[in-house]
Design a protein around this ligand. Structure first.
Ligand code: EZ4
Ligand code: CO
Length: 402
């Protein structure tokens, strides 16, 4: 089965998405997500200039060979742009192979290991009261696991807080908007939020929290310790992880489970974290970590060390990524949880999909392939709208980690 055409589709049904569509001489096509929030056009150029010309004429069934060819063949390895482009090719090829086999993708991976995929939703509020109410609303929708973020007094644009009642969308401005960060206020404030949540909703609901790289290792250790009484499912991205060794310090001080990895793009970004059991959940997902082919390797390594998966699933990852991730989640033996931020109605219409939410669980559906397609005619109605992620500064003006 030969690849006869491939194209990149950029669309903005509420937010920007980059999608690769591959077509074959058997009349089958597949799609893969290539969205890199705020850096979309870099991946578009990488695909159009450097990848698509290499795909034409290749056997679409040789997924592994094409992965190795694109990864090693570039000479320049890893990196979010390269790995998102490879991921898009890989996802589209798995979609095609599963369609050719007449099966939903999870069947090709090894079949279902569970009945459904436990997901967590995002509850946000400008203050503790609003966040407590938002958690209640998610619980009413059936969610068994909820991430809670709240505005911090005196902090302008705290991470994870929605604007004007809309769901949380971080890329909000053509040039990066400026936010201000104060660690000391946050460290005092965050445990109060979770104390209130446990007091209000009891012990059963799973609660998660995203620190979004804002703390130093010793500050992260302190937060983890102060959150222990409230039994979090995880504390996410508590400190930047380019230096994987930093997590030794956090780990020595707290039993709050640790999750990291949404910005990783390779198994090499998490090898020490996994092998030394410094984390509990690895957050890499299909689009930014080289597709199903590479994600499977990461999960395999993680399984040896009782590290479980917790795939990134924010709105800036398209339904094509979500669909593929859900097939992966349904199969992967060491599954932990899947993040699920809902897309807008416009996005759902551009990307018709087979996955469904029911009572706190997502299921990828039984459609052949990964079950997500793109309505190209509708996609053209939403032109690209350049938006970048915010930056964060400390109160003295120094650039910090957003
Ligand atoms: O800020 O994907 O856990 N989820 C997150 C996300 C990230 C965005 C950045 O594009 O941290 O909301
Ligand atoms: Co995160």
């Amino acid at each position: 089965m030969r690849i006869i055409a491939a194209k990149v589709i950029v669309t903005c049904p509420g937010r920007n998405f980059v999608t690769l569509k591959i077509e074959t001489d058997q009349g089958l096509h597949g799609i893969g997500d290539a969205t890199l929030n705020g850096r979309e056009k870099a991946v578009v150029a990488y695909l159009e200039e450097h990848v698509i010309p290499l795909l034409i004429g290749r056997d679409a069934h040789r997924i592994e060979d094409i992965w190795q060819y694109l990864y090693r063949g570039a000479y320049w390895r890893r990196g979010p742009v390269t790995m998102s482009a490879i991921a898009a090719v890989d996802t589209a090829l798995w979609d095609i192979k599963a369609k050719a086999a007449g099966m939903p993708l999870y069947q090709l991976l090894g079949g279902a290991s569970r009945d459904g995929v436990l997901v967590y939703g995002h509850a946000n509020g400008a203050d503790i009261e609003e966040t407590v109410d938002a958690v209640g609303r998610y619980q009413d929708m059936g969610y068994k696991a909820i991430r809670a973020q709240s505005g911090v007094p005196g902090v302008k644009g705290a991470y994870g807080v929605g604007k004007g009642g809309l769901y949380y969308e971080p890329a909000d401005s053509t040039l990066p908007s400026e936010t201000v960060w104060t660690t000391s206020t946050y460290l005092d404030h965050a445990p109060k939020l979770f104390e209130r949540l446990r007091a209000t909703y009891g012990p059963e609901i799973e609660l998660l929290h995203d620190v979004h790289h804002r703390l130093t290792p010793i500050e992260a250790a302190r937060l983890g310790k102060s959150l222990e009484p409230f039994r979090l499912f995880w504390m996410e991205d508590c400190t930047p992880a380019e230096n994987q060794d930093a997590f030794r310090l956090v780990r020595q001080h707290t039993t709050t489970p640790l999750a990291v990895g949404e910005i990783f793009n390779s198994i090499h970004d998490c090898r020490t974290l996994i092998e030394e059991q410094l984390i509990d959940y690895i957050r890499t997902t299909v689009v930014h970590a080289g597709g199903i082919t590479h994600l499977r390797q990461i999960a395999g390594l993680a399984a040896l060390y009782q590290v479980r998966t917790g795939c990134h699933g924010a709105t800036d990852l398209s339904p094509a990524c979500m669909g593929a991730a859900l097939h992966f989640d349904l199969w992967v033996p060491n599954f932990g949880i899947q993040e699920y931020m809902r897309h807008s109605e416009e996005t759902d219409a551009v990307f018709p999909h087979a996955y469904t939410f029911n009572d706190g669980y997502l299921h990828p559906g039984e459609a052949v392939g990964h079950g997500v397609d793109i309505d190209e005619a509708l996609a053209t109605k939403y032109p690209y709208d350049p938006k970048q992620l915010p930056v964060a500064r400390l109160t003295d003006g120094s650039i910090w980690n957003w």
